[in-house]
Design a protein around this ligand. Structure first.
Ligand SMILES: Cc1ncc(COP(=O)(O)O)c(C=O)c1O
Length: 449
């Protein structure tokens, strides 16, 4: 299939077939699925997504940061096909499977730190988070857990209880899992304490010790702190230098486990295999999913060997570590490593971020551009001084991009995320930027009118 730099739209978007799919979906599907806009996909390859009307889009969302090797990478497809012809399911929880084992051994080596690791494989990001949550409580015998405002850890009961990126995730589902306290993340653009880095001396972390631990929850009660090294769903927020290392030190001081949720940031997206590598931090537990198997449902919870002290039956999964998914993950890691995708993410992402920052200087709407590698967030505001959130404009901008053939997704209340496949070329990133600039002009003019 020929790789395109330019989107090719053959109907106004959405076309008639897409509209029909949307209408049927409204009748048949749970209304809880958010459906960002009316993109009804027929097939996809590389950076290109084709909808049911034959329109071709440039994909800068990658199915929410999943298809890092591009859609249907030939090596991943072959690995899936070969494995499916040999063994589709055996249940790695009850029987031994060499594919589960080989992948676990490889993932254990991938996580920073010289101490040996053990691995649990699941099906989704939320499942990896649940596993980490249970293991942390089991191993420490402590009940309390900290997580951050803005965090997204998934939608199952434990994971959603750790989530605090929007009230909609928790509001109608209480009582949630107890023993979780949220604290401010290092969201410097909107500092909770109205301070500026580095003069703030990382007041957000000081609060945990001087506020929470001194007055409310004894640190000896805390099993783990869950953190996204770069916040994803919450708005693609990068903490400042020193923040994650100091969080690590705080955990060490009190025997608290540091759980890095790298479900969105892991497997090369930020220009390192894991985002924690940017700050030289070694977590106790790492959660991976999304990009791990190029779109096949697979997740991993990787912990230091001595933490995995729970007995047989304490945790498992029927489908977790399915052989076909493991084969896809091995092929994905091969492609990421052998085809230089991590360097590409750093290089193309770095340039795209510089360009978006220059655009922000000229734009009334862009308040902040932040990110690492190909995990880039653009925050829209009504006024750069008051930073009032431009929520409607953000939604309109995402839609205008879609109507011009560029697939992007929102994140946080008023941000847009660029999370393209890591195979994106410079030329494709330039095309994405051109479309974004054109769409931004439409939204800005609309606002001015
Ligand atoms: C950081 C993070 N953790 C966990 C999850 C949940 O993953 P899943 O939707 O596969 O359950 C997500 C999903 O967006 C995520 O971004």
């Amino acid at each position: 299939m020929v790789e395109l730099n330019l989107p090719t739209l053959v109907t106004p978007v959405p076309g008639p077939k897409a509209r029909s799919v949307v209408a049927r979906s409204k009748r048949a599907l749970t209304p809880s699925l958010p459906h960002a806009y009316p993109l009804a996909v027929r097939r996809a390859w590389g950076m290109t997504v084709e909808d049911v009307d034959g329109n071709r889009f440039l994909d800068c969302a990658a199915g929410i940061a999943v298809c890092s090797t591009g859609h249907c990478h030939p090596r991943v497809v072959k690995a899936i096909q070969d494995q499916a012809a040999q063994l589709i399911h055996i249940c790695g929880a009850d029987f031994y499977d060499t594919r589960y084992l080989a992948l676990a051994e490889r993932l254990a080596r991938l996580v920073p730190g010289s101490s040996p690791k053990k691995v649990f494989l699941g099906n989704s990001g939320a499942e990896a988070v649940e596993a980490a949550f249970k293991l942390a409580r089991y191993h420490t015998g402590r009940s309390q857990v900290l997580a951050f405002f803005g965090a997204f850890h998934g939608r199952t009961m434990g994971a959603v209880s750790l989530t605090a990126s929007s009230p909609k995730y928790q509001k109608d589902f209480r009582p949630l899992v107890s023993g979780i306290t949220h604290v401010p993340y290092a969201y410097c653009y909107r500092c909770h304490y109205n301070l500026a880095y580095p003069a703030c001396n990382l007041a957000c972390l000081e609060y945990i010790e001087e506020g929470l631990f001194a007055r409310s929850i004894a640190p000896e009660e805390v099993a783990a702190i869950f953190v996204e090294p770069v916040q994803g769903e919450g708005g693609y927020i990068v903490p400042p230098p020193g923040w994650l290392a100091r969080l690590r030190a705080l955990c060490d001081k009190y025997g608290i486990l540091l759980v890095a949720d790298e479900v969105q940031s892991g497997i090369g997206r930020t220009g390192k295999m894991l985002a924690v590598e940017h700050w030289g931090v070694e977590p106790d537990i790492v959660c991976l999913a999304k990009a791990l198997a190029s779109g096949m449902p697979l997740s991993a919870m990787i912990a230091r060997q001595e933490l995995m002290s729970w007995p047989p039956g304490a945790h498992g999964s029927t489908f977790g570590g399915n052989p076909v998914c493991c084969a896809a993950a091995e092929a994905t890691l091969d492609v990421v490593e052998e085809e230089g995708l991590i360097d590409n993410a750093a290089r193309v992402g770095g340039r795209l971020m510089d360009q978006l920052r220059s655009l922000a200087d000229e734009s009334h709407l862009i308040g902040d551009v932040r990110g690492l590698g190909l995990m880039i967030g653009v925050e829209l505001v009504h006024d750069k001084h008051t930073k009032a959130k431009a929520v409607k404009e953000r939604d309109q901008l995402v839609l205008e991009c879609f109507q011009r053939g560029l697939i992007l997704l929102p994140c946080g209340p008023n941000s847009i995320r660029f999370s393209p496949p890591l195979i994106i070329t410079q030329a494709q990133a330039d095309t994405a930027l051109d479309i974004f600039v054109e769409a931004l002009a439409v939204v800005e003019n609309h606002r001015a009118a």
